[in-house]
Design a protein around this ligand. Sequence first.
Ligand code: MTE
Ligand code: MO
Length: 251
Amino acid sequence: MKKTLTRRKLLFGAGTVSAGVALGTVDKSYFIPPKVRGGLIGAADVLTMASQRLLMLGQPLAREYSRNDIVKDFPKWGTVFPKDRTYRKHFREGFTHWRLPIEGMVNTPRSFSLTELKRMPRRTQITMHVCEQGWSAIAEWTGVKLLDLLLAAGGVKPEARYVVIHAFDGWYEGYDMFDVVHPQTIVAFGLNGKDLPLGNGAPVRLRVERQSGYKHLKFLKSITVVSSMDNIGKGTGGFYSDNNYHWYGGI
Ligand SMILES: Nc1nc2c(c(=O)[nH]1)N[C@H]1C(S)=C(S)[C@@H](COP(=O)(O)O)O[C@H]1N2
Ligand SMILES: [Mo]
């Protein structure tokens, strides 16, 4: 039950997990979307999420590839340069004044500059990106574990259920704690050994390797921990599902 331990670590902060704490049971919310919608799309969300999560309970890693598998030109898809004025200013300044806030239900809200992120322990992974719109490509991503960022903000409060990420182009997505604590869920500042290029989401983008392309949010603006997705957009759990696509994009 490594997963349960990780969640405990997240709740109380690193180093405070006592060996006597009994292992909890699996959180039911790991199997149910934030909002169960009517009709076929609701049924599909529940079924795909529950069946994939059953397979993933041990939190196995998504497949990692070798350097030889990396594609030459990783696509730049969707937004390639947000129009947002604040974003453009950060871009012109080389992101020297950009900061990533970690807020909401964390014990000590704080923010990180790009330099601070690059100084934290990092993870590098060569994975396959699978876009739901019909393409895939292998690349090497480097960044900080989302779990480490939440721990650096004092860990999450007991009612915390989702992490909502907002992007500079207006996109937002919600992620449940099952995906948040996974070791391959990173806030990436590097692509193939270089700074993340503009079109791929500079200065940082999310990698959530067991989800399809649209969940890998680019151009990160803020990270907020919440107990429910009800007040975010239309409340279905993200920009994509608010626009009548699926919420759960497990692959
Ligand atoms: N903010 C933001 N994030 C985004 C998108 C976007 O348009 N805006 N497109 C998504 C989709 S559908 C995919 S497939 C990937 C594409 O990432 P890439 O541009 O690095 O190939 O980013 C995802 N994240
Ligand atoms: Mo995509």
